[in-house]
Every structure is written in C-alpha cells, then in structure tokens.
Design a protein around this ligand. Structure first.
Ligand code: KIV
Ligand code: NA
Length: 267
C-alpha cells in the first residue's frame, strides 16, 4: 500500500474532509499515521519541543532532522515539512535550493511555506520545478516580529481583502493545498468556496476542507494555555506528572526496581 501523495490530497477538494496533525518524532508519527491523511512537520516544533518563544529561531537543519524522524515512523500519510524562517523569503532560488534539501534529505512529499501574494512567484517557481507546495495564509507565525502578536484576522474589510487576495494568489501559483490560520469563519468559508484547491484550517472554522492542530495541543501535552481554536481530545500532562510522581516515590522508598525487574546470576 502506497503513501498518500500531494496529488491525492489535492483531489480531496469537495470530497471527504482532510485530517491533518503535526508530528515531530518517530514514535508519535507512528501513532498518528494510520488515522491521518496529512502529517505536518511544523516549525511549531521550535516552541513545542525546544521551548522557544516563537518559530523565528528554527533552522533548516532542525526541520530536516525531525522530517527524517517522522518519515521513519510513517507509511500511509502524506508528509509535509515546513520551510523555516529565513530559508525561503530571500529569493525563489534560495527557496528552491532549501526545499530540495528537505525533499532529498528527508524523503518527504512536499514543503510548506508562509505567505500570500508576495510568495506567489516563489510557489510557481517551486511547483513548476517539481517541488509540491502547501501554502499558508491568514495568521503567519513567522511574521510575529513585524505583524505583532497572535490574534485572529479578517475582522476589517481591509484585512479580509488581503487574505482573500493571498489565498487566490497561492492557489493560482500552483500550491496543492493551503493552510488558513486564525481567520474568521465567513472569510474562511468564502475562500474555501472560491478556491479549486483544499483549504486546511487551524482556527479557521469548520468551513475549511480539512483541519490541522498541533498534536501536543490536542493531546494536552504542551501547555496550560488553551487557545479558543484548540480542542483537547486528551489531557495527558497530568498522566505524565502522576507517573513521574509514582516513580519518584517508588525509587525513594526502595520499592523500585522489584524482583521482577532484577537480574540474578544463572543457576
Ligand atoms: O508549524 C505548524 O505546526 C503549522 C501548523 C499549525 C499549520 O504551521
Ligand atoms: Na508552521
């Protein structure tokens, strides 16, 4: 059985909803793979795994290392790796060079990059030269230092018009799908209806053709803060705390390791 391709994801437009989650490591990727159409090695790993404040410090080498780990744990889902901040914005040639490194060194199916109209030329350059692109419009975390903060978008007509133009531009440029992040429902609905490619929403309502969440958020593993758009499908943090507390007690009391965990000389 073969892995889903970016072409098969694209063809899900108007069909079933696309199920996408982030994955950064082999064991988690193994658990997610049978249930997901699309797995995203997101640069959110900088915050989720490395404790960074934003995604701006994530490097290409980090993305490649985690992309390889996710590929080792998957056989069904289409795997897309984020191009990190600074690895594609300078020129379409820089974007191509680094996207090819990701494809060649991880074996993944395509790359994701943030940006609308200003990235259209780059997306066309990549897709016409064999690099499938998952676009990303609306809230763009890599712009945190210029856009200022994480807030939902599309409230003013000016903001909505920009996101509408961005979505149309990346679709025209050849992206196989587009993430819409942190965007009010009517706008996400309108964009989804107007594009020939699937929209995958995060904080962009049920109107999108698919959904993505950060796995650690929906598992209750990442932080105590739960943004409105996250639904906790599990609450794993307390389970981990309880297990570690029990381990500490057992070690301190001399209850662990027990006889069943202990090697004895052969008779
Ligand atoms: O980095 C990431 O995890 C993402 C998704 C949440 C869309 O870009
Ligand atoms: Na990202």
């Amino acid at each position: 059985q073969k892995r889903l391709t970016t072409a098969s994801i694209r063809s899900m437009k108007g069909g079933g909803r696309i199920v996408c989650l982030t994955a950064y490591t082999t064991p988690i990727a193994r658990l997610l793979d049978p249930h997901c159409d699309l797995l995203l090695v997101g640069d959110s790993l900088g915050m989720v795994l490395y404790g960074m404040e934003t995604t701006v410090g994530v490097t290409l080498d980090m993305m490649i290392a985690h992309g390889r780990a996710v590929m080792r744990g998957t056989s069904h889902a289409c795997v897309i790796v984020d191009l990190p901040f600074g690895s594609y914005q300078e020129s379409k040639e820089q974007a191509y060079r680094n996207a090819v490194r990701i494809l060649q060194e991880t074996g993944c199916d395509g790359v994701k990059l943030e940006g609308g109209e200003e990235m259209a030329e780059t997306i066309a350059f990549l897709t016409s030269r064999g690099v499938p692109v998952f676009a990303h419009v609306g809230l763009m975390p890599q712009l945190v230092n210029t856009a200022g903060g994480f807030r939902s978008l599309g409230h003013s007509e000016q903001e909505a018009a920009k996101i509408r133009r961005d979505a149309a531009a990346v679709a025209d440029a050849g992206a196989f799908a587009v993430v819409i992040e942190g965007t009010v429902e009517p706008l996400a609905r309108e964009i989804t209806a107007s594009l020939a490619i699937p929209t995958v929403g995060i904080g962009a309502s049920v109107a999108c053709d698919g959904q993505v969440l950060v796995s650690d958020d929906m598992l209750g593993l990442f932080s105590d803060f739960k943004p409105r758009f996250v639904k906790r499908f599990a609450d794993l943090s307390p389970l981990v705390s309880q297990a570690v507390e029990a381990y500490a007690e057992d070690v301190r009391a001399g209850r662990f390791p027990g006889a069943e965990h202990t090697f004895q000389p052969r008779k």
